[in-house]
Design a protein around this ligand. Sequence first.
Ligand code: AMP
Length: 282
Amino acid sequence: MVIFKTAAQLQDFLSFRAITTPKIGFIPTMGALHSGHISLINAAKKDGMFTICSIFLNPTQFNDKKDYDKYPVSTDADIEMLLQAGCDVLFLPSVEEMYPGGTNTVASYDFGYLETILEGAQRPGHFKGVGQIVGRLLDIVQPGRLYIGQKDYQQCMIITKLKELLGLNDLSIIICPTSREQDGLAMSSRNRRLTDPQRALAGLLYQCLVSIQTKKDSGNFPIVQKECTDLLTAKGFATEYIALADANTLQLLDNYDPPRPMVALIAAKIGEIRLIDNILLQ
Ligand code: AMP
């Protein structure tokens, strides 16, 4: 695996080796890698792509400075995991490299409705930051395929919209399933910050999602939503939202509406740690 810290070096390498867009599979991350990230690398490798992973802790997508400051960093271990996975290139830029003229000089995109709800509403400016950095990375890496995780469902929709806004018609976006721990907890870099008692409870989020999914044909969503909120509150979580939405548009739904494709989404804090997850109702 070759590691590059600047866009110019990475681009020189790709052009020297004649590695062109159709061959490049790209996996952008913020580091503190886990098996969920590696599943994206594996998907790209399986597709026969020249696999480029980036690690960049993007300051502009953190609406909460404390969350940014405390975000886990484990670059040496990350490099080891990427080596084991057979990743071809790691792009490891600095903040100055990604925002040379400051964050205001990097294009910002209008995602409309998508950035006004759920994560967009709870984390003002978050998706603007995601758009800025993914736009910049796509411009540098020029991949043919972008591998992202369903774990961040709304982000997948934002990135799909970004592709449209940038007119990247030849870019394929591959959405990979959420990797979970044994108790169903979605793998996340932030899980490392959970204390043992918090970790023991964190699987409840997935249990809530499964109960929402199970009741889709006969249940009443507001009732299940309240049961889940009450359960989480009793266990010490602060629930930000438990929502049901159209899986294609993310239009929020008041109640189950089969056979429309639907997704249930959840965000809750336990102590300082904010966890999100989702499940398709199928
Ligand atoms: P992050 O480092 O959190 O920005 O995530 C980088 C990429 O990995 C994003 O496309 C995420 O959606 C994806 N990802 C994060 N956690 C998981 C997971 N548990 N399973 C699958 N993909 C994931």
